[in-house]
Design a protein around this ligand. Sequence first.
Ligand code: HSE
Length: 356
Amino acid sequence: MVGSVLLERMRAEGDFEGLEVGFFSTSNAGGASPSEGADGLLLDAFELGRLRECDVILTCQGGTYTSGIFETLRSSGWRGYWIDPASTLRLRADSTLVLDPINGEQIRQRLDSGCRTFVGANCTVSLLLMAIGGLFRSGLVEWVSTMTYQAVSGAGARKLTELARQMQCMTLPCEDLAGRTSTEVEQSVTRAQRSASLPREEIGAPLACNVLPWIDSAMDGGQTREEWKAAVEATKILDADPPVKIDGTCARVDAMRCHSQALCIRLARDVPLAEATELVRGGNPWVRLVENSEEATLRQLTPAAVSGSLEVAVGRIRKLNLGPAYLGAFTVGDQLLWGAAEPLRRMLVILREHIG
Ligand code: HSE
């Protein structure tokens, strides 16, 4: 999914102009390539010789491919630029995480000093920093607790399709709602969720009309890897010393492609609400502040509203009753755009400027 959104965005922004492009495939070499491909055919993504001819390799193939090919390519002497959203290379000392509205200066410095490996960060981390990067930049954030509501697209295309099949199973038994009581509808949906015939090979559980508070593998201390990534990757992007403190519970919900996060932010002091709000607004041009009202929230601060947009919505900003230094907020961003494809295509633009 990231690959097709990336292609769409690169076409929309005219990124292919002036580039000589080859499209590689791990499964369909020899098939027809997108029209921008110089050869017209998909190349073999395991053919080292062809890969080594590239100045830049931008891959959306995933961690297994990166693990299998990156070291081989580098140890064969390839010194091109590698751009990749997979987590495999994120924490290497010789890689830079890319989220240029937040760390554009760091990216350019790393290019100047010879870095050739650029990696997209975890989508939840990128979307969190896009939402409240202005607060982090102010130095006023002591810690953030984020409770996530992550879309199925973050888990991959096959799971998204399975979710749609699950949704069909939920609604089919009560397709004709006329004359049914709410209790009958609820019981029918719950029965469908628990039925052995519900498709769940990919997701492993019913996700339709449900919440799954576990994403990725288990880490020490009870965290999941998704939860662990937040502080580790944000620290690298922000080049923070001491490390930033971020933790919370990550949950999968049945949204399609927008990740939402409910934030509790501990500030270093009692910052007036208007000042904190301005810091959020000034974070970057893609922040879209949503007024803290029912009407604005339901119209602008939901996955349905934000899906497909580059704007990162931030709303429900208020002082929490926990104390004057506690700020609450809710943010929604498109996982496939700022969470995945957009930082990669922008890295390519920065790289072209750098190479000149
Ligand atoms: N790990 C994310 C998710 C994908 O499961 O939603 C984006 O990095």
